[in-house]
Write a protein that binds this ligand. Structure first.
Ligand code: NAD
Ligand code: ZN
Ligand code: ZN
Length: 494
């Protein structure tokens, strides 16, 4: 945002100024022939009532300006009822279709299509940059409540503008159920600096579609959907290979598929805008509750893909999972799909290892025991486990995995690490150890959904507490004190 403002200031100094003392309208700063000659990711401009005024296209050229004027009273058609009285707005899209975003607030304001004059004919876009000094007859935008990140250690359940469609492939979803992830706690600690103050948190949930973009045909208003924590455009090189976690589309940041509650507003809110809806949402089938569906947004795919699949778990294997929070438990719950002979749950928390039995753990070890490692080895043929899965995200637990894996075995790291770990290659190379890691793709969400629907995976087992959406701060409090409260997934129902 700051760089945008700098850019705008820079542009202004290069432009001719044209002042208009129109009682109704605007002060325009423009140059019909301005060519910035550089790339910009956001499109800038200003909107007067019913008017799209400016856009900077990705090419760097300034395009598509329609100057509002009393003399030529042909307002460009745009749903403007939600515009604030004075604002500078960012545009995105194309000359045929622009969307508008307030820079002083977050959340999109409106979407427009090719401007149309009153007589119905298309109005050609022109170049320029305009700023509104006064606008009349505007109405308030609709307001919703959401959990907003306010900087490290700070969060607020507050009123914010409701999201609106920005891109034709978007839908708006009214949240029915959401939850809190360990990653949200990382964000609140300030461990994820990409998250800006003002961001609505949350990347999991189930909701009901209330609005669809013009390019969405396979989803409709009223559909109940599971929101994947990773968004997929469906077209880029990575999406074509199922590596949605690195989707190259231009939402949030190209190359990062986890955008909800990170780079765009998330699901801990009454409504959320879902980009690339057709390739990122899954219809909730009959027989699967929204609460069960919420477990499929993130933790079940993470445990399955990054723990079990990357760890190459196969029939007869001895699998150890170090750290049995919700993500470790998801690995345990999906390990059973591949027929391991033993699944060993390892955690400092005696209560958590006991809970792990419900998910399919055959053995439990409390890792504060001095002989924890010997206990693990004793459960194997003496050579170590075939697959050691890390589900905490600290150097110590990664080392624990290296300590218990057998030669030619696999270490699958799922934890989000904040600092570097020890990797004693001088010892490991000769043991033919395979190490894997990754951000979940949710490319197996559809498969896991079928297994949840058939009760082959019991999603309810992950749910420890239930709250109402307006009590989300209480839900955070319980989730943050998991060791004390025995919380696993806290379900938050709207
Ligand atoms: N790779 C991905 O795509 C992805 C997706 C979601 C979450 N994650 C990450 O997975 C990790 C686990 O998530 P979670 O929600 O289950 O977290 P959590 O905090 O609920 O669970 C962590 C568990 O580890 C245990 N633990 C802590 N220190 C330990 C130690 N020294 N020895 C043994 N056990 C220890 C805790 O008692 C707890 O039960 C986090 O780092 C999270 O950020 C990764
Ligand atoms: Zn998560
Ligand atoms: Zn993509």
């Amino acid at each position: 945002m700051r760089s945008f403002k700098r850019e705008l200031a820079r542009i202004r100094t290069r432009t001719r100024t044209e002042l208009c003392d129109d009682r109704n309208a605007y002060r325009a700063v423009s140059d019909e022939h301005l060519d910035l000659g550089r790339r910009m990711r956001i499109y800038c401009g200003v909107v007067a009532r019913n008017m799209v005024i400016a856009e900077i296209l990705l090419t760097g050229k300034v395009h598509l300006v329609r100057k509002p004027s009393r003399e030529r009273s042909h307002p460009i058609v745009m749903p403007s009822e939600h515009l604030p009285p004075r604002d500078i707005l960012a545009f995105s899209g194309s000359p045929q279709r622009a969307s508008v975003k307030s820079l002083s607030d977050h959340g999109p304001l409106a979407t427009t299509t090719q401007p149309v004059a009153k007589n119905g004919s298309a109005v050609p876009w022109k170049k320029g940059i305009f700023e509104i000094s006064r606008m009349r007859h505007t109405q308030e935008r609709k307001i919703m409540k959401a959990l907003v990140y306010q900087g490290p250690g700070l969060k607020e359940w507050k009123e914010v503008p409701e999201p609106t469609i920005i891109t034709a492939t978007d839908v708006i979803v009214k949240i029915d159920t959401t939850t809190i992830c360990g990653t949200d706690l990382h964000i609140l600690k300030g461990d994820v600096p990409a998250v800006e103050v003002g961001r609505i948190l949350g990347h999991e949930g189930v909701g009901t579609i209330t609005e669809v973009g013009s390019a969405v045909s396979s989803l409709k208003v009223g559909d109940q959907v599971i929101i994947s924590c990773v968004s997929a455009c469906g077209h880029c090189d990575f999406c074509k290979k199922g590596v949605y976690s690195h989707c190259l589309a231009d939402e949030g940041a190209s190359g990062i598929g986890w955008i909800f509650g990170h780079l765009i507003d998330g699901t801990q809110a009454e409504f959320v805008r879902v980009p690339f809806a057709e390739t990122s949402l899954y219809l909730l089938p009959p027989g699967v509750t929204p609460q069960q569906g919420t477990v499929l947004s993130d933790i079940l795919p993470t445990g399955h893909e990054i723990g079990i699949q990357y760890g190459h778990v196969k029939a007869g294997d001895v699998v150890a999972v170090v750290g049995v929070g919700p993500v470790g438990l998801a690995a345990i719950a999906t390990a059973g799909l591949y027929g391991p002979s033993r699944v060993i749950a390892i955690d400092l928390d005696a209560n958590r290892v006991e809970q792990a039995r419900k998910f399919g753990a055959t053995d439990t070890i409390v890792s504060s025991d001095a002989d924890w490692k010997e206990q693990v080895i004793a459960l194997t043929d003496g050579l170590g486990v075939d697959v050691a899965i890390e589900a905490v995200g600290i150097p110590q637990t990664f080392t624990m995995c290296l300590d218990i894996v057998r030669p030619a075995g696999h270490v699958a790291n799922m934890g989000v690490h904040g600092k570097s770990v020890d990797l004693p290659l001088q010892d490991l190379w000769i043991s033919n150890i395979n190490i894997s890691m990754g951000l979940v793709n949710t490319n197996t969400l559809g498969i896991l959904l079928k297994l949840v629907a058939q009760k082959k995976i019991v999603a309810e087992n992950f749910i420890s507490h239930t709250f109402a959406l307006e009590d989300i701060l209480e839900a955070y409090d319980v989730f943050e004190r998991a060791a004390e409260t025995k919380a696993l997934k806290v379900i938050i129902n709207a």
